[in-house]
Design a protein around this ligand. Structure first.
Ligand code: ZN
Length: 555
């Protein structure tokens, strides 16, 4: 503060100062409603373009790690080490999940969270760039959804945002977060419960797709994932079966009852299960057996009703077999609900960025996969998707998947950015969705997505008005539609054990195939796959590189 007594001469005549201010965008304060200036956006796009090699290396490396839910040890170590090198503060093991983390940077201003999923799927290992079904390691997990591209996209965008903000001395903070165990709907409700998003002004989530798109209003189903474990009594299955109480009988009765019940459930529900423990061997009446259910529907209340039906059916099956039953929640996902003002802003940036420039090779590979896999043949898209309005009030949704981004969507204004890194018409949760995910198609789609994300975050950092509009929509329209009602109880904890044994078996078999970017220009090169026309015969005989030294630190 200046001492009042000191008389100061004006540095410049007022009229001259005013004229200078009016003609100088450098000195003029940004009007409250203004988005990021075009030159800031150009710098962000140029920064992303300068990182295309890094994108390819990250996308290919994470693909090769192929880690399923709660086992993303190498993936998380690798990605956070890149962020740490670039000046982000890393916090590991957040929300009681060993593979979860946050990366933060900046000071003052708004706090914008950006994230994407990391995990893959059991049993869908696939050689990339190969249109035939061929695992890298039979039985091993694989990126049959393309989550390997998500956090690389977010990191690339974050580096561009940070560079622009530093250059122009902008106030603002970034928080990067990973979707751990998204395929298990396993982490984001716990992030919210832990308060990870306290103080966050807006969040953008990136998810792989074949289109470049966003939407607002209600979307994906809510879901609760529950394992029922029945306890009976063992006995010799031939000598004295009457002394046994079969826990497996209870599982089968529950499944049969749920399948009969299906006819009388709303069309919008989705219920599916796997038997995780069916007993030991046939001559022992199973004393313990387990079945794992996903219950999905499009509102919080409907998911709860379905969960209650499941619990009652399990009790009935236990009663019918003189066994007992306990259940554990292994995951939860809120129904999705996208923020309209942020979606509109994101859409304008998606349109400004436009689709990647696909080459004839990219189109040839897409067609080869579609034909080989007998999917509908459709070229890689050349137009972005118009902003999708929400379904009408009188439209009854009829099922579909879930994403636990819903929990964050009901906590802070959030949207999903879908970026074009995969081939149209692939089967979800299937090897076909992995075939392009370490090829130029994935690399280019990730670059395009990173640009749209960077531009939108810069807009949000620059314009308090946009954040006010987003918050007003969140507090108004969204809360009028419904409220956040998670089914997790204080006793529930992240199901970090789920893929433990599985990865103890497969990790050593997968390690020889990790991508070594210091030796090979791409993962396709390392595997000896020619793009876009791999050999027509079997490729299974790919040999691990002899000189590969494993220096990974993950568990
Ligand atoms: Zn996903």
């Amino acid at each position: 503060m200046l001492p009042l007594a000191v008389k100061r001469e004006p540095l410049m005549k007022p009229q001259k100062f005013l004229a200078l201010l009016l003609c100088s965008s450098m000195l003029a304060p940004m009007p409250a409603g203004a988005l990021a200036p075009p030159d800031y956006k150009q710098e962000a796009i140029a920064n992303v373009d300068s990182h295309t090699k890094m994108v390819q290396v990250m996308v290919d490396t994470v693909f090769s790690f192929g880690e399923p839910g709660f086992q993303e040890f190498r993936t998380s170590d690798y990605l956070t080490s890149i962020l740490a090198k670039n000046g982000f503060k890393i916090t590991k093991g957040v929300a009681g999940i060993p593979t979860a983390w946050t990366a933060t940077w900046g000071e003052g201003g708004p706090l914008i969270a950006i994230g994407s999923d990391e995990d893959d799927l059991r049993g869908v290992s696939q050689i990339p760039g190969d249109p035939k079904v061929e695992p890298i390691v039979p039985g091993a997990p694989g990126h049959g959804e393309g989550h390997n591209s998500g956090v690389p996209l977010v990191i690339t965008a974050a580096l561009a945002i940070k560079a622009v903000m530093e250059k122009h001395h902008m106030k603002g903070r970034l928080m990067l977060w990973p979707g751990i165990a998204e395929e298990l709907l396993g982490s984001k409700a716990y992030y919210v419960r832990e308060g990870l998003f306290k103080g966050v002004d807006a969040c953008i989530f990136a998810h792989v797709d074949s289109s470049f798109a966003t939407q607002y209003g209600p979307a994906n189903n809510g879901m609760v994932s529950v394992e029922y474990t029945f306890h009976g009594k063992t006995a010799h299955a031939a000598a004295d079966p009457w002394d046994g109480h079969s826990a497996l009988d209870a599982v089968e009765i529950m499944d049969v009852a749920m399948n009969f019940r299906r006819e009388h459930l709303p069309l919008s529900q989705r219920t599916h299960y796997v038997i995780t423990n069916g007993g030991g061997q046939p001559n022992i009446v199973p004393g313990v057996a387990s079945v794992w259910y996903y219950f999905r529907d499009y509102t919080f209340d409907r998911v709860k009703e379905l969960f209650d039906i499941g619990n009652r059916t399990a009790d009935a099956a236990a009663m019918a077999t003189d066994t007992t039953v306990e259940h554990h929640i292994l995951g939860f996902a809120a129904p999705n609900y996208g923020n309209k003002p942020i979606a509109e802003l994101l859409q304008s940036n998606i349109e400004a960025v436009g689709m990647p420039k696909w080459t004839p090779d990219d189109q040839a590979f897409a067609k080869l996969v579609q034909e080989t896999q007998q999917r509908k043949v459709e070229p890689l898209r050349d137009k972005v998707t118009p902003l999708r309005a929400p379904r009408g009030e009188d439209t009854v949704p009829t099922g579909g998947g879930s994403d636990d981004i819903g929990d964050i969507m009901w906590t802070v204004p959030t949207v999903t950015l879908r970026y074009p890194a995969n081939i149209p018409n692939m089967i979800g949760h299937n090897v076909t969705s992995a075939m392009a995910m370490a090829t130029p198609i994935a690399h280019k789609g990730t670059v395009a997505g990173a640009k749209a994300l960077a531009l939108t975050v810069l807009d949000l950092m620059t314009s308090p008005d946009e954040l006010t509009k987003a918050k007003a929509f969140f507090d108004g329209d969204q809360q009028k539609y419904d409220h956040y009602k998670p089914l997790l109880t204080a006793g529930d904890a992240p199901a970090i054990h789920v893929n433990d044994d599985y990865m103890r078996t497969y990790r050593p078999l997968m390690e020889p195939y990790y991508y070594d970017a210091s030796k090979y220009p791409s993962y396709l090169d390392q595997l000896g796959i020619k793009y876009p026309s791999p050999p027509t015969g079997p490729l299974r005989k790919i040999t691990p590189p002899k000189s590969f030294n494993d220096t990974g630190t993950g568990g």
